[in-house]
Design a protein around this ligand. Structure first.
Ligand SMILES: [Zn+2]
Length: 310
């Protein structure tokens, strides 16, 4: 099986290609500020065509996306890159030699990949970057559309981009770090440590509730934040063992770096590309393939398949 995965983030587009589950090619396209989005898509299409010329048709391409993509494949929300909003990214990759294109949230792809690698039935992935993303796998199934960054950890606390105050994202993201440093007026080690302790506490609080709900066995942490603060997973794990977080009857989960490292989303996309159509339909927000079937996602976690008019 010949698969491809695209991770679309704020500063880069990463592309990975695999054959029979083995990664054969890794590419990266930088997305500089002010660039023309169409030119990035054109570069990606050139890379796909090169790959198809070398190894034959791509059976499935997964787009693991930071921006929100609707069921038709159009970017409908990307606060970091508003000039990309309205771009029909899904249809752009419907080219000769690509048999199926599907798309999902980048945190969802990373979570699916971690659960596959760890063979865990109950797993949570947190992506700590500009915001906080991630996902939940419960009893072996991905729960769609969970916004872990907006779990409430401190009512009335730090303001969040969603309009509420006290969300996890307001404590454990780069945006929160920047705001904290600005408010303190220092970026020395003591200030950074203070921020990190708050972030660890917020993650442990969110995790304690997720363990109660989903009996989570494994918590995987990924994202650029771990490059700066690699000790965070260990510290969250330690804090969860202190009184006041988990009920004594609950087993503390294993808290670890994502086994896929900084490539969790793009590698997770490759795992998803190799999954059955049934699993893909459950997880993805939309898709296009040769039979013009489009996958549409509805809010109760079920999916239905409808014929596209395209
Ligand atoms: Zn929020």
């Amino acid at each position: 099986m010949h698969c491809a995965s695209i991770d679309l983030g704020g500063s880069k587009m990463a592309l990975h290609f695999s054959i029979a589950g083995r990664v054969v090619q890794r590419e990266r396209i930088e997305i500089p500020a002010g660039c023309v989005p169409q030119s990035i898509l054109e570069q990606a299409v050139v890379l796909l065509c090169q790959q198809i010329a070398l190894y034959g048709p791509i059976n499935c391409l997964v787009i693991a996306s930071a921006p929100t993509i609707n069921a038709d494949g159009t970017i409908i929300r990307w606060p970091n890159r508003p000039d990309w909003e309205g771009l029909a990214i899904g249809p752009a990759f419907r080219i000769e030699g690509v048999e199926r294109v599907i798309w999902c949230d980048d945190g969802t792809a990373a979570t699916f990949g971690d659960a596959t690698v760890m063979r865990a039935s109950n797993l949570v992935h947190f992506s700590l970057g500009t915001g906080v993303g991630g996902g939940v796998v419960y009893q072996g199934r991905m729960l769609p559309d969970r916004e872990l960054g907006h779990l409430l950890v401190w009512p009335g606390g730090a303001p969040c981009s969603c309009g509420r105050a006290g969300c996890l994202q307001a404590y454990a993201s780069f945006r929160s770090l920047d705001k904290f440093v600005a408010s303190m007026g220092f970026s020395d080690e003591a200030t950074l440590n203070h921020w990190r302790l708050r972030a660890v506490q917020a993650l442990a609080l969110a995790t304690a509730n997720l363990v109660e709900l989903f009996r989570v066995e494994v918590i995987c942490l990924g994202g650029g934040m771990l490059g700066r603060f690699p000790e965070i997973p260990h510290q969250v794990g330690m804090l969860l063992r202190e009184p006041g977080y988990l009920k004594p009857s609950l087993n503390p989960p294993l808290v670890m770096h994502s086994p896929q490292g900084t490539e969790a989303s793009v590698l997770g996309g490759l795992y998803l590309a190799q999954a059955s159509h049934e699993v893909q339909n459950e997880i993805c927000e939309g898709g296009i393939d040769n039979s013009r079937v489009s996958i549409r996602h509805v809010s109760n976690g079920m999916s239905f398949i409808s014929m596209s008019s395209r």
